[in-house]
Design a protein around this ligand. Structure first.
Ligand SMILES: Nc1ncnc2c1ncn2[C@@H]1O[C@H](COP(=O)(O)OP(=O)(O)OP(=O)(O)O)[C@@H](O)[C@H]1O
Ligand SMILES: [Mg+2]
Length: 637
């Protein structure tokens, strides 16, 4: 019976005497060590041990005999076995002692640990791998138990929240939440345990995190649930959304400005047509009412109202970057010097005006007239911000904006710019106001006092000129608005082309083809030109006009609207007309000049533009100038 036990035991069983001589070696031992029982029995058990245990074994046995001190006997422990082929393996050895009449015998039971060790090593390796993942993860990873206590907090979490792991481990996860979530969290977890109702678990959503210093930040939190040994725990993965939110906000702001620009540009364009009709007809009416001073004043007030309307639409067009710009090389120091004289006369007396110019200032490439009105707008704003007086400084400076600046303002290409800064000592702007000032119609002035278009115009003009505006403002201290205009390589020329109005006889007999889709504007233009003695043909779109141009009739000039229906724009029409009749003179007119412009809002050379709404005097002079072949640059408004 005992023999059966020994033969079939899974563990090795070995018997030795007090000197270490093996007297029994069961089949499991044979398998473990690779020796047959015959090879081992009668020999010292040391042969089954690797060095240094082999050498130490005699000493160990005699020491036990003398002192009774045990290392393994009756205890059992992990040791190393040595196979016949010299290889070693981990094994658990427990040794029992039995006193027999012919001396002490020891019974060793040997359990192979090779597999157990391998699987322990595998577990450790995978734990290490997991740790490496957690330690290097960019996202925060946190583990909490079913009551919310934190049991793991990876380095990314430490960075995000400003806590070291050991400061929060064991604490409730609530410390990472701002109010009111902090107070609600227990209820939320309890509710989840009771009802299974999920708010975040398995879903993920945007929440607010709270750092050690009390500040908060937006984060994306996704939570997974796991059952570990019957215990529920939750794994949270946290991603910081601060940067992404900022970028998204900037994008929304840019899109908003773009959308508002489109809308206002469209309105201004159509409104310009209406104003052209109002202005034109009022003017004709005025001519025939010279004998009725009472009615003439009414006509005059219609005209001045229409002109004010025209100024408003002009600012809207400027904002939506659809005005006709005529950039030249500008000596900004000269322009600012002239502006100073104008401001001295215009601004209140309790405002002192100073100009600080940089020597060797580059020329700026922009529309000088628009720059004048931008600076005037900014100066008037400054005056409004200083009701009790103060100082206004206009400074110029060469600036090179580099790639670093572009990181802050992605829309600004690196390069050389001429910077004009307008600084006031006024009441400044709050961040909320500052965020909105460029939007059209945004004003803090009382109803009827401000249009809210001043800064919009400045913004649109500068952007259309491939420049950049920035605002620096401290509430209570003042404001600096900086305009960056692209520096031009070439030397400065005389900037503004002054139009001399020595109109003796502006009349003529040439024939003019008027193309305009709006019947009212067309009628006004046609009658104005006929009035001046011209022969006039009219067409309501590009197709009809091309038909006329192809006929064998005299046409000296094409006067066309730019934005027209049915596929052919005024710009294309002008191109085709020049091909059909190389000598033809061309005058474009538009509420906005988008389609007449090259990519960056610069005029194509050789083409003149008359902005709507136009006065008859402007039309008269313009038509005459062009027919007389004045150089296009000089005849552009
Ligand atoms: N220099 C400044 N200091 C303080 N606030 C300013 C300054 N410039 C502009 N603002 C603020 O920006 C708002 C918008 O300015 P914007 O020039 O566009 O319109 P407005 O001045 O209100 O109207 P308008 O130009 O038609 O008179 C102002 O109402 C004001 O609140
Ligand atoms: Mg203003």
């Amino acid at each position: 019976m005992l023999g059966v036990v020994l033969d079939t035991a899974v563990d090795g069983i070995i018997l030795i005497d007090a000197r270490g001589i093996v007297s029994m070696f069961n089949p499991a031992c044979e398998k473990l060590f690779g020796y047959t029982a015959v090879e081992v029995i009668g020999r010292n058990v040391k042969m089954l041990m690797p060095e240094p245990f082999r050498a130490e074994h005699d000493g160990y046995l005699s020491n036990y005999r003398d002192s009774g001190e045990r290392k393994i006997i009756g205890i059992g422990r992990e040791v190393t076995g040595r196979r016949k082929d010299g290889t070693t393996f981990p094994m658990h050895l427990s040794v029992g002692e039995s006193i027999q009449p012919d001396g002490t015998v020891f019974v060793g039971v040997i359990h192979d640990l090779t597999e157990q060790k391998a699987s322990a090593r595998a577990i450790e390796e995978s734990a290490n791998r997991l740790r490496a993942v957690l330690d290097t993860a960019v996202d925060g990873v946190i583990l909490i138990d079913s009551r919310g206590a934190i049991s793991m907090f990876n380095p990314a979490c430490e960075k995000l929240f400003g806590y070291a792991a050991d400061e929060v481990i064991g604490q409730n996860v609530k410390v990472l939440m701002p109010e009111p979530y902090q107070s609600e969290h227990d209820g939320y977890l309890a509710n989840y345990h009771n009802t299974g109702e999920r708010k975040i678990i398995g879903i993920g959503r945007e929440v607010t995190g709270r750092r050690k210093d009390g500040t908060t930040f937006p984060m994306d939190l996704s939570v997974g649930e796991s059952k570990l040994g019957g215990q529920t725990s939750f794994v949270g993965v946290i991603r910081d959304l601060t940067e992404r939110k900022r970028a998204a906000e900037q994008l929304v702001q840019a899109q908003k400005m773009e959308a508002v620009g489109q809308l206002s540009g469209g309105i201004a364009h159509d409104f310009n047509n209406l104003l052209t009709v109002i202005l034109g007809n009022a003017e004709v009416l005025g001519d025939s009412l010279k004998a009725r001073p009472d009615l003439e004043t009414m006509v005059n007030s219609i005209m001045s109202a229409a002109e004010r309307g025209g100024e408003l639409t002009q600012r809207l067009l400027a904002f939506s970057r659809r005005q006709t710009l005529q950039p030249t090389n500008i000596d900004c120091n000269r322009l600012v010097g002239r502006m100073k004289e104008l401001l001295r006369r215009t601004l209140r007396e309790n405002i002192s005006v100073r100009v600080e110019t940089e020597e060797g200032l580059w020329s700026a490439f922009a529309d000088a007239g628009q720059l004048d009105s931008a600076l005037l707008n900014l100066s008037l704003n400054a005056q409004d911000a200083m009701p009790d007086g103060g100082s206004l400084t206009i400074a110029t400076q060469n600036m090179t904006l580099d790639a670093r600046y572009q990181m802050l303002h992605p829309e600004v290409p690196p390069g050389n710019y001429v910077m004009i800064a307008i600084t006031d000592s006024g009441h400044g702007m709050t961040p909320e106001v500052k965020a909105k000032v460029f939007e059209p119609f945004f004003t803090t002035k009382e109803v009827g006092k401000g249009s809210g278009l001043g800064l919009s115009m400045v913004y649109g003009f500068v952007k259309q000129s491939n420049g950049h505006v920035s605002i620096y403002s401290e509430p209570g201290l003042g404001t600096t608005i900086r305009i960056y205009l692209p520096a031009s390589g070439s030397a400065s020329q005389s900037d503004l082309q002054q139009m001399e109005s020595q109109a003796e006889s502006m009349k003529g007999q040439e024939s003019i083809l008027v193309v305009e889709d709006d019947p009212f504007v067309r009628a006004y233009a046609v009658s104005s030109l006929i009035h001046l003695g011209y022969k006039v043909l009219a067409a309501s779109d590009g197709r009809e006009a091309l038909g006329k141009l192809a006929e064998d009739i005299e046409i000296d000039m094409l006067f066309t609207d730019v934005v027209m229906p049915n596929g052919i724009s005024g710009w294309e029409l002008a191109h085709q007309a020049m091909q059909l009749r190389p000598a033809i003179k061309i005058l474009l007119t538009s509420g906005y000049a988008l389609e007449t412009l090259e990519a960056h809002g610069r005029l194509q050379s050789g083409v003149a533009v008359l902005n709507k709404p136009y006065r008859r005097a402007q039309l008269t002079k313009r038509v005459r100038d062009i027919l007389d072949g004045a150089p296009p640059a000089a005849s552009q408004l």
